[in-house]
Design a protein around this ligand. Structure first.
Ligand code: SF4
Length: 166
């Protein structure tokens, strides 16, 4: 299965804890005012990659964990992203963070199947009125860094903060 990818950063330190391979998946339907990268909205932008090829890049970057960014990978390329994160979890022991404009509650209602392959979600659309450059790993204060398995297990939002779940 082919994915449209805007960019791959194999030495990323600002999209999650530690060093990460960040995959920027094309396509977003949230259209946030002040979006950092409107060229990522078009799902036809970017280059073609086989999912197997992406997993190999991730595997070969042995010291790095994985972040899925965009665009929003859960909009235009949801099925492809589901296959990608499933393959990452089956073939590596890397932790996976994912950025999305959806709120966690919406994912629980509509996109539950992908959550079992994701460790941490940064949720919510970018809100320019809540923009804060001091925030770690996110652009506006309405966005949350959520531990996915912990939140599902405890049926409440469990936040990630400096490597701890609170
Ligand atoms: S969710 Fe992200 S990529 Fe999509 S419009 Fe909002 S800021 Fe831009």
């Amino acid at each position: 299965m082919i994915m449209k990818i805007m960019k791959i950063d194999t030495d990323c330190t600002d999209n999650g804890a530690g060093i990460r391979t960040t995959i920027y998946v094309s396509g977003c339907t949230h259209y946030c005012k002040g979006c950092h990268n409107p060229s990522s909205w078009n799902p036809l932008n970017g280059d073609d990659y086989e999912i197997d090829e992406l997993v190999k890049i991730i595997e070969e970057n042995s010291l790095a964990d994985v972040t899925i960014s965009g665009g929003d990978a859960l909009t235009c390329q949801y099925e492809e992203t589901l296959k990608l994160v499933k393959a990452i979890k089956e073939r590596t022991n890397k932790n996976v963070w994912l950025y999305t404009g959806y709120r966690f509650k919406e994912l629980l209602e509509d996109k539950l199947d992908i959550l079992s392959y994701i460790d941490v979600i940064i949720d919510g659309r970018f809100d320019s009125s809540k923009k804060d450059l001091r925030l770690l790993f996110r652009g506006s204060s309405n966005q949350r860094i959520i531990g996915v398995p912990q939140s599902i297990k405890e049926s409440t939002i469990v936040l990630w903060r400096n490597g701890e779940y609170i």
